[in-house]
Design a binder for this molecule. Sequence first.
Ligand code: PGA
Length: 244
Amino acid sequence: MAGNWKMYKTPAETIEFFERFRGLVEQATHCEIAIFPPFTSLAAAVEMAKGTRIRIGAQNIAWAKEGAFTGEISGPMIAAAGASHALVGHSERRQYFGETDDTVLKRTQAALEFGLTPIVCVGERLEERESGRTEDVLSSQFAKGIGGLTAAQFEKIVIAYEPVWAIGTGKTATPEIAAEAHRAIRAQAQLKFGKDAAAAIRILYGGSVKPDNVRALMGQPEIDGALVGGASLDAASFASIVNF
Ligand code: PGA
């Protein structure tokens, strides 16, 4: 269960969140919990998550180790901050910051090289779904953004299916629609990396996941977890998603 805070929460707000959240998920051993704060709140989150099962991740990662890349943060820097995960290729990065399948692949490889677990995001836009191109888009994103990994690298990633039309809109994909897309992604994984690897890969659903719809989504065997935006900002709400 992953919480993507996007561009919300200062270090002080991060501390406040964890003071409430920690106790609420103490008993949650059925899943991994990861929170992705903005870079400037990583240190506060890592500190507050000490001694708990909560893992911390960055929302993006540079493809290089270091260098003249103004505005970027590298894998070794993220790891040194105490984080263990990184989001890659979120649709907001693709839409507003020119992220492509090619840079998604490079960032994913960098995360793995520096010992971080990448959560690689894929998903179709509304017009792509409406014109019946969902599966084509997913397979192209898979082929170009994930297909370039080695089998050993593929085993270590997590995939998030996030239909762009469901993000922050309150329009969740129905559990059936989400499961269908997850099956399409898993089919791509099987073609490229084989049956066992495809069965083992974790695919999270993201897009307007809330306390009141998480149970039905998680009821689909195809859906292995959730990547939660808006509803992860409130401790009680994200805790009730974790404890679905
Ligand atoms: P949302 O965002 O839950 O607010 O729709 C999901 C995401 O962007 O990861």
